[in-house]
Design a protein around this ligand. Structure first.
Ligand code: ADP
Length: 491
């Protein structure tokens, strides 16, 4: 079933999408070139689906949900399918990691880390599938009331390009554990591993039609999927603007949605913090995956007495950062696309024009192909909190530093954007750790650390513009199901 790179088409390996257990072309026969960001050259192609293909995928998922063997499987059996899929991911780890790195440009070690997290999603949700249950509720005399956790039905997952394997698998793990069927639309810039995972899912014993993947552009296949009346629930990770479009489309059918829409996440460094321990974490939080991470720590707030010291230490580290091809496994790879590079460069230029001081820049490896989408990391100092680079998600390796005066000022600054996804708090003062963790508006707060590193067990999601609903952990199982209350009148 290894179809993703198996059929050559004019020298370009042609991947197929997976509908109802079959590898199929888009009905109109159109394709999208797949480019490796490290050199900007095409190395594969994917089907460019439209309304008809989306309709076929939703119908396949509907049939599998309503009448297929999936609808009769016990929770334990669903869990076993997920566990087997995790083991298959482990067996194909090298292949998946290499494919993910080539498709996205992410450094080889990040590709491997993503595969390890992917495996954990299926392991975790495989084990969790039969451990979610309802309640019995004390009610009127002569009655017994209970709740059942029921799947929504057909879940549409619209997946971004930054962590294709991981984000696909956090959606699939929770949705399938609860008995939904899936239609997934990976990003046009990074679809190959999603196709491969759906193939492995068939091998793992998921019945045909349970795990469908359609490929294509967001404005075509993505828009058709989010508006399709046969879809019961939509989950999306990506930019706030696209999130709004998807919610509007889903609202036409009044469908529920989970939205993970990124952030402008702060790390707060108090003067008493272990700064040596914090420094590598502060740098990694914005350079991992080239800063193309929803939970990137893109703002660092530093208490004034140590501001100059932290700024100088970060500048020293930033100036040593090197971007290069995915297989060179340097500090960071290229950005995903020419469009993304242009966007990041535009935001950096605008920040400089607005008066933000560049404290340091990293570099691009001299051997990196000129046709790749490389962008050298940038550290901005003493940023005005009103600037666009302080308020908007850059989605690139761009860190903004801010001084603050006291705890109240730190919390005000931390909460001073429209986002609220993740925050970091660095201090040795235990009472302050608790106070600040409670006051910052973020779906996850890390104290003396930052980032989940996968963190499959940890509920994740945003406040305000960062979105709503929770993924990961047991929480995701509630989002991926609905409570049904059943009341018996037995007198
Ligand atoms: P980017 O603009 O960087 O590609 P997006 O957040 O727009 O980031 O993309 C994330 C995912 O959303 C991708 O799978 C993309 O194809 C999809 N998408 C983009 N636009 C739409 C849309 N209007 N409706 C549904 N899906 C979309």
């Amino acid at each position: 079933m290894n179809t993703h790179l198996s059929t050559a088409e004019g020298g370009v390996a042609a991947a197929m999408q997976l509908i109802g257990g079959a590898s199929v072309e888009a009905r109109a026969g159109r394709r999208i070139e797949v480019v490796c960001p490290s050199d900007g050259l095409p190395f594969a192609s994917i089907p460019r689906s439209g309304d008809e293909d989306v309709d076929a995928a939703v119908r396949a998922a509907r049939q599998a949900f309503d009448t297929g063997p999936w609808s009769r499987m016990t929770a334990a059996e669903r869990g076993r399918c997920l566990t087997r899929l995790g083991l298959l991911v482990e067996r194909h780890a090298d292949e998946l990691a290499a494919l993910e790195s080539r498709d996205t440009g992410k450094p080889a070690r990040q590709g491997r880390a993503d595969v390890a997290a992917t495996m954990r999603y299926y392991e975790f949700y495989g084990g969790a599938a039969d451990k979610i249950h309802g309640d019995t509720i004390p009610f009127l005399d002569g009655y017994t009331a209970l709740t059942l956790r029921e799947p929504h039905g057909v879940v549409a997952g619209i997946i971004p390009w930054n962590y294709p394997l991981q984000i696909l698998s956090r959606v699939a793990g929770a949705a399938l554990a609860m008995g939904n069927t899936l239609v997934v639309k990976p990003a046009e810039d990074a679809s190959l591993t999603a196709i491969r995972i759906a193939e492995l899912a068939l091998e793992a014993g998921f019945p045909p039609g349970v795990f469908n993947v359609i490929t294509g552009y967001g404005r075509e296949a993505g828009a058709a999927l989010s508006a399709h009346p046969g879809v019961d629930y939509v989950t999306f990770t990506g930019s706030p603007l696209t999130g709004t479009a998807i919610q509007q489309a889903a609202a036409v059918n009044n469908r529920g949605v989970t939205m993970e829409l990124g952030g402008k996440s702060p790390q707060i460094v108090f003067a008493d913090a272990d700064i040596e321990a914090a420094l590598p974490v502060l740098v990694n939080a914005i350079t991992q995956n080239g800063g193309q991470t929803c939970s990137a720590g893109s703002r660092v707030l530093v208490e004034r007495p140590v501001y100059e010291k932290v700024a100088a230490a970060l500048a020293a580290r930033f100036s040593k950062l090197v971007a290069g091809p995915h297989d060179a496994d340097l500090d960071l790879g290229p950005l995903i696309s020419a469009k993304q590079k242009e966007r990041v460069a535009g935001m950096v230029a605008a920040a400089e024009e607005a008066g933000a001081a560049v404290l340091a820049r990293g570099s691009i490896h001299p051997d990196a192909p000129a046709s790749g989408y490389y962008f050298a990391p940038v550290l901005f100092g003493s940023v005005d909190p009103g600037m666009a680079v302080a308020q908007q998600e850059v989605f690139g390796p761009v860190l903004a530093l801010f001084p603050f005066d006291d705890e109240a000022d730190a919390v005000r600054l931390a909460n001073g954007t429209e986002f609220g996804l993740v925050a970091g708090v660095w201090t040795k003062d235990g009472a302050r750790q608790h106070r600040v963790a409670k006051k910052v508006r973020a779906g996850q707060v890390f104290v003396n650390g930052y980032g989940a590193g996968g963190g499959i067990e940890l509920p994740f999601g945003g406040f305000r513009k960062s979105g709503h609903g929770r993924e990961k952990g047991f929480e995701a199982l509630y989002d991926m199901s609905a409570t049904k209350t059943v009341v018996f009148n037995h007198g």
